[in-house]
Every structure is written in C-alpha cells, then in structure tokens.
Design a protein around this ligand. Sequence first.
Ligand code: HEC
Length: 102
Amino acid sequence: MRGAIAAVGLLIVVGLAGGAARIVVAAEEPMTLADGPGRDLTIGRCIICHSLEYIPSNAPVMNRAGWQKTIQKMKDRFGAPITDEESKEILDYLDAHYSGKV
Ligand code: HEC
C-alpha cells in the first residue's frame, strides 16, 4: 500500500514538472494505426524515431507518391532502417489507409 501511495506521489510530481510535455505524452499513449496488412510493420519501423501521429496528421495532404517520397526521405535523410521490401509493404499500407489526396 505504501508503495502504491509513493507511486501516485511520483506521478503527480512528474506531472507537475512535465507541464506541457506531459500533455503531449498522454495524448500519444493510445495512438495506434488503422487495422490492416502491414500495420504492425509500419508501427514498428516508424515509431523508432517519432510519434505515429505524424502519419494521420499528414494523411490529408498525402497520396501514394507523397508517401513514397516520405518513406524514401526517412531512409535517405534520417537513416531509417527499412529494406526495399518493407518499404513497399509500408507504402501499400499507408496508401490504403492514409492517402487523403487523390
Ligand atoms: C531514423 C529515424 C526515422 C524513422 C525510422 C522514421 N522517421 Fe519520419 N521523421 C524523422 C525525422 C527526424 C522527422 C522530422 C523531420 C522534420 O522535422 O523535418 C520525421 C518526420 C516525418 C514526417 C513529417 C513530414 C516530413 O516529411 O518531415 C512524416 C509524415 C514521417 N516522418 C513519416 C514517417 C513514416 C511513415 C515512417 C515509417 C515508414 C517514419 N517516418 C520513420 C525520422 C524518422
């Protein structure tokens, strides 16, 4: 019981110290992607460096070519460890679920 109280106390302290950052983390926690083939691979590769939120928030301006460029950029510019085969699967997935622009 004392442990539980200490844990709650710690959460509050972290919460207060965290300020705005804490709100962002809380908002990201339930974040996942639409169900479908390639979802787990996409989550696994893209979450290495940043929030998955980048995907739905870019969806309105994206199409297949846009996602292809983005994946390539993640690889070329940021060194994302994604093979060509994986890129294709991720591209199919992103295009199927997150291409808002036709
Ligand atoms: C090796 C690290 C890394 C990986 C892995 C990675 N990204 Fe990124 N990504 C970045 C960085 C760094 C930025 C921020 C670039 C900026 O601020 O301009 C970014 C930004 C983005 C953006 C915002 C738009 C843009 O072009 O800057 C999108 C969309 C995106 N990533 C999608 C993805 C997707 C989809 C995957 C998985 C296939 C992925 N990223 C994997 C590093 C990575």
